[in-house]
Design a protein around this ligand. Structure first.
Ligand SMILES: Cc1ncc(COP(=O)(O)O)c(C=O)c1O
Length: 393
């Protein structure tokens, strides 16, 4: 990234970097100044002018078009939701399942996605889980082939896994789904804003993500892509905003429940307007940097981290190959042995199933990785020294 954008100016957007070594953007990204300002503007407008709703609604449509561009989608393919779970639930409830149909998921993938489909068991839908052999395994079409049959209606998985950072081969799975006439539903919570995503090239039917990680906006807003033409996918919830012909007089028409043909048929009622305004500012920042550059930059931070881990003999839980990873790196160490040391050194990370999760964002630098290396080295040295003393005793 340093050769195409000014890293110092990106970093100055995130004042939290002055206070701590923030390596936890897979949990939540700290608020950037320009995004905080967009939220403050919204509050000022509400405060001083009682809310210029037509202006806010125009901004919603502007933001919708900009979200669409992030995914190489059309604005008509974008709906605003409240988070990933809501988006995946919308998809799970929209698929026209018959009893005996099935859906295939990856065992151990994010539970928020799994429960949406498990809830469909009430309709007689079978939920099949395929296993990855190791945390470093990356899913592709082969992962699903044996579990799929003529009754498979959907495959759902994360693009990047939250717990070991694998970057699954969505394009390969998308080709397979297209051949077999299966909906591909993708949880892009971890990848959006970090990796380029092209819903057309990847043959994604529905994509759901929250905006509080790579899209840099506080919790409470999600984006949903529902590809044009999937008219059989119909909303489980209905509000005036979902309708093709909403009643101008605000009197419900029991005989006209026809839904809109665009993805906004899945929106119900008023939207999270402050966060949508913040998202517009976030997309300014993201497009200034360029998602390809975020990808390249976080991967090169990962390259250096892996070298340091090897040097310190700290295992990496997830994949090592560049094409199989993104911005998430899990150290295979016991949290209890490291938590206090990391906290004492103002290093912010997440506990993870198999260790400690380090995650990078656009504002992290190689210097951050070197600082982390120093912190890790000091504790490794101390642990070695105390083991040596134990042996002498
Ligand atoms: C892959 C993945 N899916 C979903 C979520 C969260 O779901 P939601 O946006 O519904 O809170 C996370 C983490 O917050 C995640 O890492």
């Amino acid at each position: 990234m340093s050769h195409t954008i000014d890293l110092a100016s990106v970093r100055s957007e995130f004042p939290v970097t002055k206070r701590m070594l923030y390596l936890d953007s897979a949990h939540q990204t700290p608020l950037a100044t320009s995004i905080r300002d967009a939220l403050a503007d919204f509050l000022a407008e509400g405060h001083e002018t009682a809310g210029p709703k037509p202006v806010w609604l125009r901004r919603v449509e502007e933001t919708r078009a900009r979200v669409a561009a992030l995914f190489n989608a059309a604005p008509s393919e974008i709906a605003f939701t409240k988070n990933t779970s809501e988006g995946i639930n919308i998809a799970a409830n929209a698929v026209p399942f018959k009893a005996g149909d099935n859906v295939v998921l990856i065992e151990g993938d994010h539970p928020n996605a799994a429960y949406a489909w498990l809830n469909q068991r009430r309709k007689g839908v079978e939920v099949r889980f395929v296993k990855l052999h190791a945390e470093s395994d990356v899913a592709n079409a082969e992962t699903f082939r044996a579990a799929v049959d003529a009754r498979t209606k959907a495959i759902c998985l994360s693009h990047v896994s939250f717990h070991a950072g694998q970057r699954h081969d969505i394009a390969d799975i998308g080709r397979f789904c297209k051949e077999r006439g299966i909906y591909l539903v993708v949880d892009a919570m971890q990848s959006v804003g970090v990796l380029p995503i092209d819903v057309q090239a990847m043959n994604i039917s529905v994509l759901a993500a929250g905006t509080h990680k790579g899209l840099l906006v506080p919790q409470g807003l999600g984006v949903l892509v529902v590809r044009d033409g999937l008219d059989e996918l119909q909303p489980a919830y209905l509000a005036m905003s979902s309708l093709a012909n909403p009643p101008a007089d605000y009197i419900a028409r029991p005989d006209d429940l026809k839904t809109r043909s665009d993805a906004a048929r899945f929106e119900t009622g008023n939207l999270n307007l402050p966060d949508i305004q913040a998202l517009n500012a976030a997309i300014d920042l993201i497009t200034k940097v360029g998602v390809e550059n975020v990808e390249r930059h976080t991967l090169s931070l990962g390259d250096r981290l892996i070298e340091l881990l090897d040097e310190l003999r700290i295992p990496l839980v997830g994949p090592r190959k560049r094409e199989h990873r993104a911005h998430i790196y899990v150290l295979g160490v016991r949290l209890a042995d490291w938590a206090q040391h990391l906290a004492d050194n103002q290093v912010r990370v997440s506990p993870e199933r198999d260790g400690i999760r380090i995650s990078f964002a656009m504002f992290n630098t190689l210097d951050d990785v070197e600082r982390l290396g120093d912190v890790l080295r000091r504790h490794s040295d101390a642990a070695c020294a105390s083991r040596a003393v134990e042996k002498m005793d």
